[in-house]
Design a protein around this ligand. Structure first.
Ligand SMILES: [Zn+2]
Ligand SMILES: [Zn+2]
Ligand SMILES: [Zn+2]
Length: 480
C-alpha cells in the first residue's frame, strides 16, 4: 500500500491492516530529484510539486540555492506516485513488485546483507484458506488432469432446498467464468464469506500470535523457554480466490533470537514447524457479528504446508525453490481484486452497486458488505468502506520486522547506487566541497501542486495525502 492508503488504514476490527513496515513511498532526496524525474516518464499519476532546495553553510550562515522548480517545464517537479497497486500505476507497482521479490528471496536464500546460511533454517510455505461457504464451481486437478467439478454421486438428481441441481459434471478450463460462482446463490452464505474477508487479517494475527504456543507444546517446553531459543519470522500475501474470498500465502521461518539471522537449535525441524502451523491454523477462532449474533470465524480444515529447503523435492515432484516462491509472493503483492466490473475505488452510494457490470456473485458480496455496514449488529461502517474489496480492507503484503531487508532499505540502496553513478567522485555542495551534512544544512520547501487525477475523484485525496507525507518527509529532513 502507498503511504496514502496506509493513512486510510482501518486499523483493528473489520478490514484490519496489520503492522506492515511504515515505509515512505514518496521520497525526494535533494540530490535525487533528477533520477526521480527520469523514473517518472512511466508513472501514470505523478504528483506535481513546486519548491526549492537550498544549502546553508553552518559555519558562515551563507545560503546558496541548490535547486528550484522554476527552471522545470511548467515550473513543476513531477514525482512518481509510488502506488503499489497494479491497477492504479503499472510502473510504480512494478518497482514495488521487484522489491517484494528481492525481499522475499533474501529471507529464503540470503543476499542483501542476509547470510546465505538462512537457506538451511526450518522454513515452510503455507497457504491458509477460508472454509466453504457453499458449493462453488471449481477446477479440481489430479496431476495435470482436470476432474469433473462436482459429479453426481448417486443415481438421483442432486438438488438443494431451493430445487436447484447442485451437481456439475464439467471439467472446467482455467478461464471458465463459472469458476468460483456458487451452484445455488440462495444456499451460499454471503454474510459469512464477507465476514471472513473483513476479519481475515485478524485471523492471521491470531494465528501468528498463537503459533509459538503450538510449537512449544510440540517441542515439550514452555513458551518462555521457546522465546529464549527462537523467533518466528514471516512474510505473507493476501490473494483473492475465484470465489472472492481472500486466502494467505506465507513464508514462515525459524531463527535464533537476535538480529544476525542465526539458525535455531537443531531440535526445531521443518516437520515440527509444519505440524505447529497445521495445529495453529486449525485452532484459530475469532468471534464476529452474524445474523445479530456472534459467529466463530476460522480457517478451512486443510492448511497446505510445504517445507522450503534447498534440497526439498515436494510431493508434486517440483522443487519449491526460493526463486519460485519469491516470484509467487511478489506476484500477489501488487494485485488487489481484479475482476471485470469490480470498482477499484470506494462505493459511496448503494445506487452504484446496481450499475456495476460484474458477476452476480461479486455483486451479491458487495451488496452484503454494504448491508453489514448499515446494521446495528455489526455497527461498523468499515464494511461499506471496503465493500468494493468484497469486505477485505487489509494489506496485501505484510511481514515480521526481521524477516529480511525492508522496503526502505532496498529503496535506500537504490538511491545510493544512483547517487554513486551520477557523482563518481562523490557529491559536492554548492561551495564545491565534498557533501557533508554536518557542514551544510539542506533546506527543502515543497508545495503540492496537484496530480494527474481530477480533483473530483477519490484518487486526488490519496495523492494529496501522499504529497502531504512527502512534505513531512522533507520537513523532517530539513530539520535534521
Ligand atoms: Zn506511479
Ligand atoms: Zn462446475
Ligand atoms: Zn439452494
Amino acid at each position: 500500500m502507498t503511504a496514502a492508503t496506509a493513512a486510510l488504514d482501518p486499523g483493528p476490527g473489520p478490514g484490519p491492516g496489520s503492522g506492515a513496515d511504515a515505509d515512505d513511498t514518496v521520497t525526494v532526496s535533494w540530490a535525487d530529484f533528477r533520477a526521480w524525474e527520469r523514473q517518472l516518464t512511466t508513472c501514470t499519476h505523478p504528483i506535481r510539486l513546486r519548491g526549492r532546495i537550498d544549502a546553508i553553510d553552518l559555519a558562515t550562515g551563507e545560503l546558496a540555492p541548490v535547486y528550484t522548480t522554476t527552471g522545470e517545464p511548467d515550473g513543476l517537479l513531477h514525482v512518481a506516485c509510488g502506488n503499489r497497486r497494479e491497477t492504479v500505476c503499472p510502473a510504480c507497482s512494478a518497482v514495488y513488485k521487484r522489491d517484494a521479490r528481492q525481499l522475499v528471496r533474501a529471507g529464503l536464500a540470503g543476499g542483501k546483507g542476509i547470510p546465505e546460511t538462512i537457506a538451511a533454517h526450518p522454513c515452510v510455505f503455507a497457504t491458509l484458506t477460508a472454509p466453504s461457504f457453499g458449493p462453488v464451481h471449481a477446477r479440481r486437478m489430479r496431476g495435470k488432469t482436470a476432474l469433473p467439478c462436482r459429479p453426481r454421486r448417486d443415481a438421483h438428481a442432486r438438488r438443494c432446498p431451493h430445487g436447484r441441481d447442485i451437481s456439475c459434471p464439467t471439467r472446467h478450463v482455467e478461464a471458465d467464468p463459472r469458476l468460483g460462482q456458487p451452484m445455488c446463490p440462495d444456499c451460499y452464505d454471503y454474510e459469512a464469506a464477507v465476514l471472513f474477508n473483513a476479519y481475515a487479517g485478524g485471523l492471521w494475527r491470531r494465528f501468528i500470535t498463537y503459533l509459538p504456543r503450538h510449537l512449544a507444546r510440540l517441542a515439550g517446553i514452555t513458551q518462555k523457554e521457546l522465546f529464549a531459543q527462537l523467533r518466528i519470522r514471516f512474510v505473507k500475501v493476501a490473494e483473492y480466490q475465484a470465489r472472492g474470498v481472500v486466502h494467505f500465502h506465507a513464508v514462515i521461518r525459524l531463527d535464533a533470537p537476535g538480529e544476525d539471522y542465526q539458525p535455531p537449535p537443531p531440535a526445531y525441524t521443518h516437520g515440527l514447524l509444519c505440524d505447529a502451523i497445521g495445529q495453529a491454523a486449525a485452532a484459530v477462532a475469532l468471534p464476529a457479528g452474524h445474523h445479530d449474533q456472534a459467529v466463530m470465524l476460522g480457517f478451512g480444515p486443510q492448511t497446505d504446508r510445504r517445507p522450503l529447503r534447498r534440497d526439498t523435492i515436494v510431493s508434486t515432484g517440483k522443487p519449491l525453490d526460493a526463486e519460485a516462491v519469491a516470484n509467487y509472493i511478489a506476484k500477489y503483492a501488487t494485485k488487489t481484486l481484479t475482476a471485470p466490473g469490480v470498482p477499484d475505488t470506494r462505493i459511496r452510494h448503494a445506487s452504484e452497486i446496481g450499475g456495476l457490470r460484474c458477476s452476480a456473485h461479486y455483486r451479491a458480496m458487495i451488496t452484503t458488505a454494504w448491508e453489514l455496514g448499515a446494521r446495528q449488529a455489526t455497527g461498523d461502517a468499515r464494511f461499506r468502506q471496503w465493500a468494493h474489496m468484497l469486505g477485505y480492507g487489509g494489506h496485501f503484503l505484510t511481514k515480521s520486522r526481521r524477516y529480511s531487508v525492508t522496503f526502505g532499505q532496498l529503496r535506500a540502496a537504490r538511491t545510493s547506487y544512483r547517487r554513486a553513478q551520477r557523482h563518481p567522485g562523490g557529491e559536492r555542495d554548492p561551495w564545491g566541497r565534498p557533501l557533508d551534512e554536518t557542514v551544510v544544512l539542506i533546506l527543502t520547501t515543497w508545495t503540492y501542486a496537484g496530480t494527474d487525477y481530477s480533483t473530483a475523484t477519490p484518487g486526488a485525496e490519496l495523492a494529496e495525502a501522499s504529497a502531504a507525507r512527502a512534505r513531512e518527509h522533507h520537513e523532517q529532513a530539513a530539520a535534521q
